[in-house]
Write a protein that binds this ligand. Sequence first.
Ligand code: G6P
Length: 592
Amino acid sequence: MCGIIGYVGKNPAVLVLLEGLERLEYRGYDSAGVALVENGHIFVEKKVGKIRELIRSLWGKPLKATIGIGHTRWATHGEPCEINAHPHTDMSGEIAVVHNGIIENYRELKEKLQAKGIEFKSQTDTEVIAHLISLYYEGDLLEAVMKTVPQLRGSYAFCVMTSREPHRIVGVRYGNPLVVGIGEDENFLASDIPAILPFTRHIIPLSDGEIVDLRIDSVDIYDTEGNRIVKDVISVPWDIISAEKGGFKHFMLKEIFEQPKAVGDTIKGYISRDYLLPFDLKSFRRILILACGTSYHAGLLGSYWMGKYLQIPVEVMYASEFRYADVPISDKDLVIAISQSGETADTRYSALSAKERGATVISLVNVMGSALDRESDYTLYTHAGPEIGVAATKTFTSQLAVLYGLAVSHSPKKDQLMERLSALPHLMEEVLGEAELIKKLALKYANKKNMLYLGRYLSYPIALEGALKLKEISYIHAEGYPAGEMKHGPIALIDESMPVMVIAPKDRVYEKVLSNIEEILTRRGTVIGLGFKEDKTLIGMSKDFIGMPEIFEDLSPFLSIIPLQLFAYYIADHLGLDVDQPRNLAKTVTVE
Ligand code: G6P
């Protein structure tokens, strides 16, 4: 949901901003812009479309500024057009703002400002920030921001600078992410860490309600009352190479192929005691898993494993549903909030609400220092490295590795079970070895308009996730459904034109799923079987077949998801679509 960046240092700011914006583009890509202090004035350039359009229009302009802010937009208020693109300026053109989030009371503020004779250029909520700061400005930008912040309602992060003080940027975090990057004779602000990884690994993640005054040689952080706050600098273990495409056509493909390593590194966390908890999971009355999107599908799988091994009730809810449902919560509940980014608004606020009502909250995140990481009682990290493709892949299988480890942590057979888990990276490599075959298969189905994904028991969340991947990046309508429920509705959709991907490893429901396949064939549906190699029965029933190595029942999801990720990827790429940045989506959804 929009990416923002700020730079103050000795180098040409435009280069730093553009590099950062390209790394933030996954957060939104309707339009982009930069503001720089050039020769004592604010210079603004913005363009509709992707960062490359902005780069094209800046081409050839001698921009020497060493201070600037930038933005890549995912439109909320005001259609994507040049006027609504950020940065926004006040009437004098001397104050520029970039903003991520929503100012909920902007209409009321706009009316008040208009009554004072202030003219608005855009339809955005952001513009009120620029005018308010301008109204309060008396020679000190930080002071003006301090007076503005109490007027704003909603959730936001913004960066502001003025040509009247061309050596400082002020940043505010309230509900949306903002991190400070510490360099030598240069400092940075950004919506997330990968944006500034080429420049520094020394980060201060800001908390809600914090305001930072960023200068070339100092970083001062305050609360909204103006009290100084001392914060630790963290050194992130990610390197820049892990945030590059490394020869792959897309980040998503690279990240699919990184899964054996991501899962392997995550499993190593058990050996290095990363996942030891200071309490007994079985002491809780119930485990409630809250998440959104792909993380929700990981949570669903976690609930099957935890139910089986921990033998306590486990519920999973979309965080966006939990927030407004009257779910009873008490101190006997353990909440596991799963989020790759650790910034998804619905997940964060659900976890906070459960915590307020007495629950113990564990978060499972991939981004160290993210809001959820800081707001929960305990954090477990996936060791997947930065994930840039909007469609989650390697973080999903890494989340599964942590959830499985937690589930079996109390089993008398836990050593044996963990041993099986550690064989996974090798088996995942084997599945990836079939990529070319999956590509051929994908091209056969690339012109379809609809697809159904069926699975039962542990393959049901995989059916949901496989269908999500396809619709997210290829825009083909796909529905994931529990195979046993097909007869209660989706069966009506089945005819010769409907391909049905059936995930059928030889597990406890295998034979039941074969019966569901019979029901599809009777209605002349086209079955693509995804099961164990050499499964002659399934091969015989399938028009097309994807084989994976035989594996212990519990762990089949780690393997079966890979062909489905690749299937979606190759279709989207064949259709010439923007795989890493699909339309209308954003990697981190910081609005409700
Ligand atoms: C967005 C992304 C999805 C992701 C979901 C939850 O919708 O496009 O890929 O699964 O958010 O994100 P989180 O960071 O909370 O796991």
